[in-house]
Design a protein around this ligand. Structure first.
Ligand code: FAD
Ligand code: NAD
Length: 479
């Protein structure tokens, strides 16, 4: 499994998630000797690379979102196409089995990539000592030392639990638990109407659970553009997601095989919600437990993240940190790009990442996606802007697909026309956001997007029309 003859490497990466494994592969591509230590054990009891993302995050959640969407389409939308189905039912263990197979295939794929790139993989826990020495504790408890010219810390994040709500893995669940239920609960409760809460709430709602989401903030998706958040909220309500805003949860207790959740509603009244399973998804925190020896020199921020500069270098020269364990959005692609940039910097190639154009996607139905700043942020910064919006309801392809909900909103500088942000809610907007990221990365303007030929009929015509609408010249709608 590992090249045990060589205990000294140009680069040792601790953590094999999308930040760490990508850094190790890029370092090896650049001719550096690279090792990666990761302690994750998969459902089959064997070491599994890919971290949270491949094992209990991005990929398994999207697998369940897709399975549940297929079921929802059969039971709700097929009849619109003239297709009659009777007796459609959901085999939840089969759905979970499909998800597990995908995870296994993806995590095994990283091991093959490591072999192909000659990255040495050490299953077990890594601990940074002084002078870039790393203590490796294998899963059998044996220890050995590795020496790195450079060490990259990529240990990711863990879910936050709130006082009074303790994960028990059966009734009160974190993301991993909510991805592994063997039957659809009748009543599924969620604490936190954030990204995980909405994605996992959607999965179990589509499969028939009564889903109640308790959110502490009075505003829905406060970080998202207000028009987009409003449109998304409307659609989620139609789907039967009961999202209760301004509700602060204080405790959850299991009694008679049900979870009793106590919360304070916006009027200040204490309420109890009774559900069969409860997902607590109130954010994640950097994971650094047992990682740093006292004399290693690496420091943490007040919020417990590894302290790094713009280039991801810690206070100790030659020790770097990337991904969820450092500042910035907790997104797989952000971590991977940091991994590439750090490996390139170490190899003497200019490493670069533009944090202003990191896209966000929420994979609900409709999907929500954005890049750049929203209206509220631009107003707070005093940046003058113009707005162009366009609804999918005026797009032919959207009608053909039966996916008319949502819209695209383009924000451009009022004087220079430079793109400042693009925000969307609708079917497959996870794919549409890409062209907007490219346009912003190249400092494009709304005019640039408006002059690009977009294929007809496609959903991407909404991006084109929204860009035209910035100067009140959308074609398929009165301006
Ligand atoms: P991680 O993926 O957490 O990997 C860190 C690895 O290091 C783990 O394997 C861990 O076991 C290991 N480790 C920790 N400490 C040590 C140690 N001392 N020694 C050895 N190994 C150690 N992001 C997206 O961009 N898109 C999505 O659609 C998306 N969906 C998500 C869905 C869910 C349910 C969740 C929970 C997250 C999702 N995310 C998504 C976020 C994404 O998973 C994270 O941003 C990403 O995994 C962070 O990558 P990382 O490499 O920094 O850390
Ligand atoms: P989140 O930050 O997206 O949402 C947490 C929500 O919980 C917030 O709305 C917050 O106001 C609410 N909350 C906090 N305390 C509460 C309380 N006591 N009672 C009720 N509500 C409370 O966090 P998350 O959903 O746990 O996801 C963690 C991170 O994982 C995300 O921020 C994101 O970076 C990543 N992620 C990304 C994707 C994606 O890219 N599609 C999917 C899942 C997760």
């Amino acid at each position: 499994m590992s090249d045990t003859t060589n205990a000294s490497f140009d680069v040792i990466v601790i953590g094999g998630g999308p930040a760490g494994y990508v850094a190790a592969i890029r370092a090896a591509q650049l001719g550096l000797s690279a090792a990666c230590i990761d302690d994750f054990i998969g459902k089959d009891g064997k070491p599994a690379l890919g971290g949270t993302c491949l094992n209990v995050g991005c990929i398994p959640s999207k697998a369940l979102l897709d399975s549940s969407k297929q079921f929802y389409n059969v039971t709700h939308h097929f009849k619109d196409h003239g297709i009659t189905t009777t007796g459609a039912s959901m085999d939840v263990p089969a759905m979970i089995g499909r998800k597990d197979k995908i995870v296994k295939q993806m995590t095994g794929g990283i091991q093959l990539l490591f072999k192909a790139n000659k990255v040495s993989f050490f299953p077990g826990r890594g601990r940074l000592l002084k002078d870039r020495q790393v203590e490796l504790t294998s899963h059998d408890g044996s220890k050995r030392m590795l020496q790195g010219k450079h060490v990259i810390l990529a240990t990711g994040s863990k879910p936050i639990d709130i006082p009074g709500v303790k994960f028990d893995g059966t009734y009160i669940l974190d993301n991993a638990g909510a991805l592994d239920l063997n039957a659809t609960p009748k009543r599924f409760g969620v604490i936190g109407a954030g990204v995980i809460g909405l994605e996992m709430g959607s999965v179990w709602r589509r499969l028939g659970a009564e889903v109640t989401v308790l959110e502490a903030m009075p505003e829905f998706l406060a970080a998202v553009d207000a028009d987009v958040a409003r449109a998304a909220q409307r659609e989620f309500k139609k789907q039967g997601l009961d999202i209760r805003l301004g509700c602060k949860v204080s405790s959850a207790e299991v009694q008679d095989s049900a979870v009793h959740v106590t919360y304070v509603d916006p009027q200040g009244g204490t309420q109890t919600l009774v559900v069969d399973r409860l997902l607590c998804a109130v954010g994640r925190r950097a994971f650094t437990a047992g990682l740093l020896s006292e004399d290693c020199g690496v420091t943490l921020t007040q919020r417990g993240m590894i302290e790094v500069d713009e280039q991801c270098q810690s206070r100790v020269p030659g020790v770097w940190a990337i991904g969820d364990c450092v500042r910035g959005p907790m997104l797989a692609h952000k971590g991977s790009e940091e991994g590439v940039a750090v490996a390139e910097t170490i190899a003497g190639v200019p490493g670069h990442i533009n944090f202003d154009t990191v896209p966000w996607v929420i994979y609900t139905e409709p999907e929500v996606a954005w890049v750049g700043k929203n209206e509220k942020e631009l107003t707070a910064l005093g940046i003058p802007f113009k707005v162009g919006t366009f609804p999918f309801a005026a797009i032919g392809r959207a009608h053909a697909m039966g996916e008319t909900a949502g819209m695209v909103k383009v924000l451009a500088h009022a004087e220079t026309d430079r793109l400042l942000g693009v925000h969307m809610v609708g079917a497959s907007v996870s794919e549409l956001i890409g062209e907007c990221v490219v346009a912003m990365e190249f400092h494009g303007s709304a005019e640039d997007l408006a002059r690009i030929v977009h294929a007809h009929p496609t959903m991407s015509e909404a991006v084109h029309e929204a860009a035209l609408a910035v100067d009140k010249r959308a074609i398929h709608r009165a301006n």
